[in-house]
Design a protein around this ligand. Sequence first.
Ligand SMILES: C[S@@+](CC[C@H](N)C(=O)[O-])C[C@H]1O[C@@H](n2cnc3c(N)ncnc32)[C@H](O)[C@@H]1O
Length: 284
Amino acid sequence: MSIHETAATAGDAQKAQARAAWALGDYHRFAKQTVWGLGPVLVEACGISPGQRVLDVAAGTGNVAIRAAEAGARVVAADLTPENFDAGRREAQARGVELQWVLADAEALPFGDGEFDVVASCVGAIFAPDQRAVADELVRVCRPGGTLAMINFTPEGLAGEFFELFGRYAPPPPGTPSPVLWGSEERVRELFGDRLAALELTRREYVEHSPGDAAAYCELFKETFGPAVGVRASLGDRPERLAALDRDFLEFAMRANQAPPGRPAEYPYEYLLVVGRKRDGAGG
Ligand SMILES: C[S@@+](CC[C@H](N)C(=O)[O-])C[C@H]1O[C@@H](n2cnc3c(N)ncnc32)[C@H](O)[C@@H]1O
């Protein structure tokens, strides 16, 4: 077996594992309770208008894609985890919009060069391990002059702490970069280089509302957030480790809660809003 074949096999196994993890739980219920307000933020930041061709990368159940379709765009929702598409289709149908759902790895998008007027990703493409390949693909499928936009968790925000906590109990393969690196202005500039014009990088915040107290926030993750469901399942034969994870997570949820006493718990998450225009001659 050649070095390339070995690398491809390791990558494939990692992708299969990621897909299996994101298919656990109930992603749509999770998204509606937490990140659902971010889809319209990206649609507005991109200035999406009727007739534009829009790609939502790592679309989940269509947080950006459905809102872009509501704005009149022709939309493709692409994701590594097609198990979640049915929930997205139901949401789209209930809102009276149609879009295309496509199984796609953000590192190797199955689309032609320059096919889209807008390429967007909301806390999605950041989870693919090869960050350079993702940046190259986002640029490639966008037309020259088209808009590329992302919402990325920052390393300094709560998500940095959250992923570090779960990573202690299920370390990613050695060399895997943290998804929150995409929330560093320096890293984003490094990844896109001079391929984007009028690049705007803005730190903002959104608030996740627990259905109850801090413990209820933890329960939401344990029931609906696939990667958390997966990490807990992987500790099934080590009850002390599982109990330690649950303790650490509850401690995090109690400490990070910003709601006044007696109110449902609230969690402000910082993100980096990335918006740029693909330069002529930037490839793809
Ligand atoms: C936190 S969810 C965000 C989904 C959606 N954008 C939203 O705002 O609700 C992360 C998504 O990234 C997807 N994902 C993870 N790795 C991926 C990859 N390599 N290529 C495409 N999608 C990927 C997962 O399947 C999941 O749907």
